[in-house]
Design a protein around this ligand. Structure first.
Ligand SMILES: CC(C)(COP(=O)(O)OP(=O)(O)OC[C@H]1O[C@@H](n2cnc3c(N)ncnc32)[C@H](O)[C@@H]1OP(=O)(O)O)[C@@H](O)C(=O)NCCC(=O)NCCS
Length: 190
């Protein structure tokens, strides 16, 4: 984590917003994670896509949290908080992916729990939604572990990999999150 002040500190990971200097490391992680990501997500894979992504997540409606392992600074995964809607909804949509070779070690569970906490505290949201393809067992399991519930099924909801795909709508409200007792997780430091 040298030279980088984390935004959120967890037990095994720290979250920070991405910086331009992260580009090459990020693109290398995306390249080696293609077997993990395919066919579920299509992260930025070129310098141009990375620049467009950085511009997108620097607004007031979209935020990216990149997670590094505390031990050695390895980039283990990311959660994007997309399309923050204020007014009477106070909601955002999350998208996430881990990076090889760190999947299956519980890092993304901690990362998503920390981001959900950020959503209900720092971002003052009321609801966080994740749309997941029914066959994506690891993503459904992750959402469930983090306290999301499946609210329904949306046919041909989202275009992924050029095709309109069915999705399940998973969500967690601030009240459901508070009932999990995770609001006293490690403190935000930035
Ligand atoms: C979805 C995705 C992020 C889930 O990641 P993951 O690696 O399963 O999640 P975690 O890092 O929390 O690891 C969980 C696993 O680690 C295990 N684990 C090992 N050590 C652990 C520890 N110390 N603490 C918690 N869990 C631990 C858990 O038991 C679990 O294993 P299981 O799946 O066999 O039950 C990942 O599969 C991915 O990137 N997929 C491609 C992109 C994608 O589908 N994104 C979502 C689109 S909706």
């Amino acid at each position: 984590m040298a030279g980088r002040r984390p935004l959120v500190l967890g037990a095994r990971v720290a979250l920070a917003h991405p910086r331009a200097a992260d580009r090459d490391e990020f693109l290398a992680a995306v390249r080696r994670s293609q077997p993990l990501h395919d066919p579920w997500v299509h992260p930025p894979a070129t310098a141009g896509e990375w620049s467009a992504y950085l511009r997108r997540v620097r607004g007031r409606e979209r935020f990216a949290y990149h997670a590094r392992r505390l031990d050695d600074g390895a980039l283990v995964g990311i959660v994007n908080v997309n399309d923050v809607i204020r007014g009477n909804l106070q909601q955002a949509f999350v998208g996430y992916y881990g990076f090889a070779p760190h999947a299956g070690h519980g890092y993304m569970t901690e990362v998503l729990q920390l981001v959900v906490r950020e959503c209900f505290t720092t971002l003052d949201l009321h609801r966080v939604e994740a749309n997941i393809q029914p066959d994506n067992a690891p993503s459904r399991a992750l959402a469930r572990r983090c306290g999301f519930s499946c609210e329904g099924f949306s046919p041909r909801y989202l275009r992924v990999g050029g095709q309109w795909r069915d999705h399940e709508r998973w969500a967690i409200t601030r009240e459901a999150w508070a009932s999990l007792g995770r609001s006293s997780a490690p403190p935000t430091v930035g």
